[in-house]
Design a protein. Structure first.
Length: 424
């Protein structure tokens, strides 16, 4: 099974590392009370800068000069925004960390740090897990963060709505990295439930729709019904070449579950129209191997007439009563055994008889010879033997026969001679 550590097939995110995923900070010039005129002038000068690098430098100077300013938290938020606008991710994360030291549950600082660390992990698969662990730990704080006393309920709800998908996505991706697929499924659902269905058709939510389908595939036991839906949903809106690749995955699992491709187009249309599976979403599962065996046994009057590969399939996959019924008719019966030699000695030949066994070059029949062979066949040669059913094992499939012999050579017909005419 391919490991879906990140959505490497997709480049669906509409935001880059340097693009803010939400409004980081607002210019609050004129909305604060600073009694010291010099401090106030330094403050207004810093927040009034239009160039990100100049603004960051001015804010750093302000914080150095006035480390206990009443606007320190506000200035650190604006410093994060300035560094991010200037493309300096390391200093962006550093500014966020300084803000979290004085405001441990600051949603903007938490969300920005989580966002950047998760993106950095995606670019560095070898060192991804520690970054994801850090991002997930901060995201957990963000999910449970309470409203600050100095923020209105409306502003907090707006910021919470913008940052919640980022937090759940990071926790889910960390769970995928740790192979906690059940946890990842829950977190991906929490993320997608926190946005509108329209928002899931592009960007990170679309990427995580694909990741959700992949997580359902990797669960044990697999949840193929949900996997097929969310993979088909992601394929419906993904750009090429990801669209074709994801659609191929969805079709593969649909065929595995249903036993054929019929009906898949209807599932595609349903998934495109709805983020979550609808009440009428159904896929008829393919018959189980046991069901197939039961049908063969019930409908075949003489089981001895079945092909050797079918007999092997029944013995390997059937319920005990079906396998016993067939073996009762095969035991001690002599038959022809054509196959490809996998291993050979003078007294025993191991053959690949079924097509699967021939393809994988694995023996599924063992023939113990009645008398040692004078010429041992080479591996890969075709062999036709006559032998008697003796025993079998279902897993791995192996049918053992005894008294193996080479078929008797056909008798040569005498060549007729023309009558001899004698002279009188």
């Amino acid at each position: 099974m391919k490991k879906f550590f990140f959505a490497s097939l997709l480049a669906l995110a509409s935001t880059s590392l340097c693009a803010a995923p939400f409004a980081l900070a607002q210019d609050t010039t004129g909305q604060v009370t600073i009694k010291d005129p010099a401090e106030y002038n330094a403050y207004t000068n810093a927040v009034g800068q239009s160039d990100p690098k100049a603004k960051a430098a001015a804010i750093e100077s302000f914080l150095t000069t006035y480390p206990q300013s009443v606007v320190k938290s506000d200035m650190l938020e604006q410093l994060m925004a300035a560094y991010q606008a200037g493309g300096d991710l390391n200093k962006t994360v550093d500014a966020a960390g300084r803000l979290l030291q004085i405001d441990a549950n600051n949603l903007r600082a938490l969300a920005l740090t989580v966002y950047i660390k998760k993106a950095q992990a995606a670019q560095n698969p070898a060192g991804a897990q520690p970054l994801l662990d850090e991002a997930a730990a901060l995201a957990q704080r963000g999910v449970t963060a309470a409203k600050p006393a100095n923020m209105s309920a409306a502003d907090f709800d707006k910021l919470k709505k913008a940052t919640t998908p980022i937090f759940h996505s990071a926790i889910a991706t960390d769970d995928v990295g740790k192979k906690d697929f059940a946890g990842a499924v829950a977190e991906f659902h929490a993320e997608l439930d926190s946005v509108t269905p329209e928002q899931t058709t592009s960007g990170p939510p679309l990427n995580d729709t694909y990741m959700l389908g992949s997580a359902y595939v990797q669960m044990e036991p697999k949840d193929l019904m949900n996997a097929i839906w969310y993979l088909a949903r992601a394929a419906a809106y993904a750009p090429e070449p990801a669209k074709s690749q994801i659609d191929a995955q969805a079709k593969y699992w649909y065929n595995r579950f249903h036993g054929g491709a019929d009906g898949y187009e209807a599932i595609q249309a349903m998934a495109k129209a709805s983020l979550a599976p609808t009440a009428d979403y159904k896929i008829t599962p393919a018959p189980s191997p046991q069901d197939v065996v039961a049908k063969i046994v019930a409908e075949t009057p003489d089981l001895k007439t079945l092909a050797l590969s079918d007999k092997e399939f029944i013995l390997a996959n059937g319920k005990k009563e079906d396998a016993d019924k067939l073996w009762g008719q095969l035991k001690d019966v002599t038959t022809k055994i054509p196959g490809v030699v996998i291993a050979a000695t003078a007294t025993q030949l191991q053959l690949a008889v079924s097509e699967d066994a021939k393809t994988s070059k694995v023996a599924d029949f063992t023939v113990n010879m009645k008398a040692p062979l004078t010429k041992v066949p080479v591996v890969g040669a075709n062999a036709d033997l006559i032998a008697t059913f003796d025993s079998y094992t279902a897993a791995p499939p192996m049918i053992v026969l005894k008294d193996g012999e080479l078929p008797a050579a056909p008798a040569r017909k005498a060549t007729p001679h023309a009558p001899v005419r004698h002279k009188k």
